[in-house]
Design a protein around this ligand. Structure first.
Ligand SMILES: [Zn+2]
Length: 445
């Protein structure tokens, strides 16, 4: 590998010239390496073996991305950040480099934040990477309050705006959603070089305006902002006023969605059973043994490499796992609040792959500013057989917590391999790559 990279870096015995970008930057490489590592290059070069050098033109490929592609073909490694991961997808698709595509996509999933998620959404939309696309949507729906105010949101295409704003589970107030759509409309007017007034906003929005649930909007806001504007037609406004005053006209109202969205206050709060023994663990690293039944040596497994930003505790966090040897599961670890002390009410449940409940607990955890994570224990240990798929689910009532990032799908502890698997019971967005439930409490059998 070293020698190949050396030959590339110092352009020794090169027999192909690649000219990339609008400024026609020339890069020298070797037919043998390109053809042996990429079928696309094989097809381009197989009938040009006699050309010395063979010249390839890719005016649509960014020179930085080409350099990265070459270093991947020669050295098998990528050196990218979130920005580069977005742009390199184009080159990776063009040269059909599955390894680069996979690595860039997995990087994007691990580096998804409120500030960049819209850019990622648009890039994967363009490349029809549906799995990551849906992953982005889920992230946006959970973190809507932060994401909708970013500049990236105003740069989305109209299909993406619709996919972001239409669903029930967009967790934000309707006025905030509406004002974000107005900012998008202003940006679209600028793109189309027209004046951003309400008439033009409606022109660029068209039926997209119906993603806003005007029927559930505050009537005072509606009157002040919309009654005299041209954003809605007279008929549309009339039908909404009729609706506000209890008169439902199905013909007039047919375009408007009257259902409320699932927002914070609709999330059930776990009821804490005061008679039940609860476990308060302010110090993550010191669990008194008496809280566990039996004589166990409890170990903690951590599945995130880092924390970044905040995680809104709305919805259920769930993650599944299996392990290579049998263990006793004693509970899970949760992240505490990122900013100030708080009291978390936590419902923990553990199920097997047949959805059978194996254990549960309701706890109140008083947090402090000194600790990031807290133990959430089960009343008694659960014996988990090797390779059985187990799902750990938590529902937290409390403020935003730390957010785990750079999650690992496998973690080895004490000769046992834990493999994490995304759970469809997770409505919050917690998954292998990020979110809550940073770890497990277990002991050896
Ligand atoms: Zn799009």
């Amino acid at each position: 590998m070293y020698t190949n990279m050396y030959m590339l870096t110092y352009e020794i015995a090169c027999d192909v010239v690649i000219i990339v970008g609008e400024h026609k930057i020339a890069m020298r490489a070797h037919k043998f390496m390109l053809m042996s590592r990429s079928f696309e290059f094989y097809k381009m070069l197989s009938n040009r073996l006699d050309d010395h050098p063979a010249v390839l033109h890719f005016p649509d490929v960014d020179p930085e991305d080409m350099r990265e592609v070459l270093s991947y073909l020669y050295g098998g490694r990528l050196n990218i950040d979130a920005n580069k991961a977005c742009s390199i997808l184009y080159a990776a698709k063009k040269f059909n480099l599955k390894g680069v595509i996979d690595e860039a996509l997995s990087y994007l999933q691990g580096e998804m934040y409120s500030e960049n998620v819209c850019r990622i959404l648009e890039v994967v939309h363009e490349h029809e990477e549906n799995t990551v696309y849906n992953r982005c949507l889920k992230f946006i729906h959970v973190n809507a309050v932060d994401v909708l105010t970013t500049r990236g949101f105003t740069e989305l295409c109209s299909t993406c705006v619709e996919n972001v704003m239409k669903p029930d589970n967009l967790r934000a107030d309707e006025i905030l959603i509406f004002e974000a759509l107005l900012r998008w409309a202003d940006a679209e007017c600028a793109r189309q070089k027209i004046q951003p007034d309400d008439k033009n906003r409606r022109t660029v929005l068209g039926d997209l305006v119906f993603v806003i649930r005007f029927p559930i909007m505050d009537i005072n806001y509606f009157t002040e902002r919309l009654s005299t504007s041209k954003l809605l037609t007279t008929d549309e406004k009339l039908s909404l006023y009729q609706y506000y005053h209890g008169k439902y006209n199905p013909m007039l109202l047919k375009h408007f969605n009257t259902n409320s969205r699932i927002s914070n206050h609709h999330i059930p709060v776990p009821a804490v059973d005061q008679n039940k023994k609860t476990f308060v663990e302010p110090n993550h690293m010191a669990v008194p043994n008496q809280t566990f039944s039996g004589d166990f040596s409890i170990q903690r497994l951590h599945r995130f490499d880092d924390t970044s930003g905040e995680w809104r505790n709305i919805g259920t966090d769930a993650i599944s796992f299996k392990c290579s040897k049998s263990i006793y599961l004693h509970g899970a670890i949760i992240f505490g609040p990122a900013r100030a002390e708080d009291t978390y009410k936590v419902a923990l449940s553990v199920t097997d792959d047949m959805k059978k409940l194996l254990g549960k607990n309701l706890l109140t955890i008083s947090t402090n500013v000194h600790h990031r994570s807290y133990d959430v224990t089960l009343p008694s240990a659960i014996r988990v057989q090797s390779n059985a798929v187990i799902t750990v689910e938590i529902l937290i009532s409390g403020g935003a917590s730390y957010r785990g990032v750079k999650g690992k799908d496998t973690v080895d502890v004490d000769g046992i391999q834990f493999v994490f698997i995304n759970s469809n019971r997770s409505s919050s967005g917690t998954d292998i790559t990020m979110g809550q439930i940073p770890g497990l409490l277990f002991s050896l059998v």
